[in-house]
Design a binder for this molecule. Sequence first.
Ligand code: SF4
Ligand code: SF4
Length: 398
Amino acid sequence: MTELPVIHFDCLHFYGDRPCKPNKELGVFCGNCSYYEKDESITEEFPPVPAAVPHDLTDRYTKIIIVKLDAAGDVLRTTSILPSLKEKFTDSNITWITKERSYELLKDNDMIDEIYFTTDELSHVFNNEFDIAINLDSGTESCQIMNLITSKYYYGYTIVNGKPYPANTAANEWFMMGVNDAVKKANKKSYHKIIHEICCLEYEGSEPYIYLTPENRRHAAELGKQHGIVKFNSFILINLGGGSRWQYKKWTSAGYINLADILSEKYPDTVIGIIAGDEDREFYSDISAELKLLKRDNIVFWGTENSMEDFICIVSLANEVFTSDSLCFHIATALGKYTVVIVGPTSNTELDVFGNGKVVYSEKVDCLCCYLNTCPKTINCMNTLEADEISGLFGANR
Ligand code: SF4
Ligand code: SF4
């Protein structure tokens, strides 16, 4: 079990769910930091983190509650915990508290019995008594919710003196990864293994999961028909962009254009689909304009305005998916798709394609997993990835 080093939870700079500014900019951490400023409003001591107590409830009906609010991709990847919970607690009821945006990703998962939103009236949930409460996110809102839950066992994070705090020592390691970039960078475990460890569960490779209803399948087929993909033998989906939080989460325009060009020429019987989220509207529009100049009838444009249901359905039609570390990645893996994901400033070791695809990162830079929102480097983690090499990773599912 990871021991916490000296942490100044009562520092005015300390957030608890992300690195403080001095850690981010200067690499210092609490034990050797001269930027400590006491928050005078915190007068109570922070108690030692309680030792992790593995649950021992397998022989009876078990009420479990999971708090995982956002982001949508994070919510989806967290569903990999469900098969392990259901295997251990065969007679159990699982409640999940989340945000509306993630509903589509969870609503048909038959391992979840009840879903509530943070905007719902939750007093009946807080008046209920659970056996196991799980909150895997050290964000203040999630921790405040965890604090209101009554349970026999708690796994993950809660609030102490108004600050996010590990509920027990099994959550220390992920907590440190959240507040100290150097620890995050040193991590070699996948997210799925980490969350199992936090919950004192054996990790045996369980995967995130989206269940497609017959209605979803019909809707997907209809979308495929509308976009004329049925006449092709195969479908490679290229998801452009990766949101606005990290500049180099997404590849270069030239990279995406070259990849679509190479694949559409190499595989004329394969349709190359171009899609993006609404945050990447402009990026999508510039790249689409260039691709349209190629006049290839096997490049199809899916736009940026798809609802969550449409997005899931479109990914479900693909044989192979190319994406950044984004919601599309988590949807593709949850649907069991062959997935190639490019990663730069975020953690590549946390990602898992479950033996069906590849996690690609640049071997020409030594600064990966920096978690920097912007980056001044001219030779960087994204412009050193070659479309030629990446194109060779496709065609496996033909
Ligand atoms: S690293 Fe320094 S500034 Fe940041 S929370 Fe710790 S003591 Fe405060
Ligand atoms: S510091 Fe390195 S990994 Fe981070 S964004 Fe810049 S080039 Fe990419």
